[in-house]
Design a protein around this ligand. Structure first.
Ligand SMILES: NC(=O)c1ccc[n+]([C@@H]2O[C@H](COP(=O)([O-])OP(=O)(O)OC[C@H]3O[C@@H](n4cnc5c(N)ncnc54)[C@H](O)[C@@H]3O)[C@@H](O)[C@H]2O)c1
Length: 400
């Protein structure tokens, strides 16, 4: 298949590489010609790593790179592409302009997919005036060639043929495709929000330190604690998604972004990429370079020692740290399932493959027992407020 990729940044290049590895030809477009060049280099480096690991032969590398072609305009993309993946900047107006142009020029049966993280796919689709039914979301995770999940997002207007084509395309890339309804944060960015938010609230309240929380969560089987994860993803990116969800959920208390995160972003402490986030890093790329203090912080004006200190009278145990985060995620999973965002098995799959959780929230709820989940959430609501209010769908399943 010939796949058009619009936007050659982190995600566009990653998606292009995944397509090439699965035997597709790729037309790579970006408004910035230098970005196409950088995207091409990123693809070449990604494929070269596979050669080094013995997973791709040197001859195949040359052939795969031959299947990557530059597209200097959207017209170059629509002239040939049989499916278009948009991965340009996260800006509604910009994406609408792109989809208006794609829809006016592409043949009728070409599905048009957006990789948006937090915008409404339905609003993007509305700009495709001729055939809005062919617009869907295909939400890849970073790094796209490696992460095994794609959320296949059905906008209100998406037709069954486009949704199916998107699912088949994602599965053809070797991914697990989970279908979900167009709603803020889709599955993973929404249901997993408490993984970072609840951890931030514990630090804000002086109940535990960054290290204590990361240590407790990692000891419970999660590959990376919430603060190490935010440093890796970028604190600014995580904060932007948190803000978008808070707005989309009309300032619902459980999505309120953290002031700690706001202060970190304002101080330029963005994580690994700025050499300083919740931890300091000597080298932004090096995995082994995480040095607790002693690196070269992004902004010496904000030392990480300015993070709220934990208050011994409020300190909570490792078990409670993990339990509070997991209960908040379980509750959010019931909110999402109750609103028909996706089925419980798909939500479990998405959290395991898109967020590397050792088990899905519904699986965890069954292990704990629904009655005890509800009792614990009610206790937490008494102590910490309405963000722990039991989801209506959880009451329902527990009372039948
Ligand atoms: N980075 C992630 O972890 C991640 C994960 C999932 C989804 N996403 C989403 O994927 C999209 C791209 O994110 P990214 O991290 O790759 O961003 P990025 O900043 O790395 O790349 C965006 C690219 O889009 C290009 N661009 C801007 N306007 C354009 C236009 N009119 N036409 C074509 N190209 C244009 C820019 O020049 C840039 O090269 C966003 O919608 C983002 O929310 C990102």
């Amino acid at each position: 298949m010939i796949v058009g990729v619009v936007g050659a940044g982190t995600m566009g290049a990653g998606i292009a590489q995944a397509c090439l590895q699965s035997g597709h030809e790729v037309l790579l477009h970006d408004v910035d010609e230098a970005a196409i060049e950088r995207g091409r280099s990123a693809v070449a480096e990604g494929l070269a790593r596979l050669v080094a690991k013995g997973r791709v032969s040197a001859d195949d590398l040359t052939a795969l790179l031959g299947d990557l072609r530059d597209a200097h305009s959207l017209a170059d993309v629509t002239a040939e592409a049989e499916l278009v993946m948009e991965a340009a900047l996260e800006d509604l107006g910009l994406k609408q302009t792109i989809f208006r142009a794609l829809d006016s020029a592409a043949a009728r049966d070409v599905p048009l997919a957006t990789n948006t993280s937090a915008l409404s796919v339905t609003e993007i689709a509305a700009s495709a005036e001729r055939y809005p039914g062919r617009v869907l979301g295909l939400h890849f995770f970073n790094p796209a060639p490696v992460m095994p999940l794609v959320e296949v997002v059905a906008a209100e207007t998406t037709d069954a043929a486009a949704l199916d084509a998107g699912r088949v395309f994602a599965e053809g890339l070797g991914k697990t495709a989970v279908v979900c309804r167009d709603s803020p944060g889709f599955i993973v960015n929404r249901v997993n929000r408490p993984f970072t938010l609840e951890a931030l609230r514990m630090v804000e309240a002086g109940e535990a330190t960054v290290e204590e929380i990361d240590h407790a969560v990692e000891a419970a089987g999660y590959p990376m604690g919430p603060f190490r994860l935010m440093d890796l993803v970028g604190i600014d990116i995580n904060y932007a998604v948190a803000q978008a969800l808070y707005r989309a959920f009309e300032e619902e208390e459980r999505f309120r972004p953290s002031v700690v995160q706001e202060q970190m972003v304002a101080a330029g402490r963005l994580g690994r990429k700025s050499r300083g986030g919740f931890y300091d890093y000597a080298d932004p790329g090096g995995r082994s370079s995480a040095a607790a203090l002693g690196g070269s912080p992004a902004d010496p004006a904000m030392d990480r020692r300015e993070l709220p200190a934990s208050d011994p009278s409020l300190a909570i145990e490792a078990a409670e740290i993990v339990s509070r985060i997991e209960l908040a995620i379980i509750n959010e999973a019931y909110h999402a399932a109750g609103e028909n965002v996706a089925t419980p098995p798909d939500i479990d799959r998405a959290l395991k493959l898109g967020a590397n959780h050792p088990r899905g929230p519904f699986e965890r709820a069954r292990e704990l027992g629904l009655r005890s989940v509800i009792d614990d959430l009610r206790r937490l609501e008494e102590r910490h407020g309405r963000r722990f209010r039991v989801a209506p769908a959880l009451w329902q399943v527990a009372t039948v």
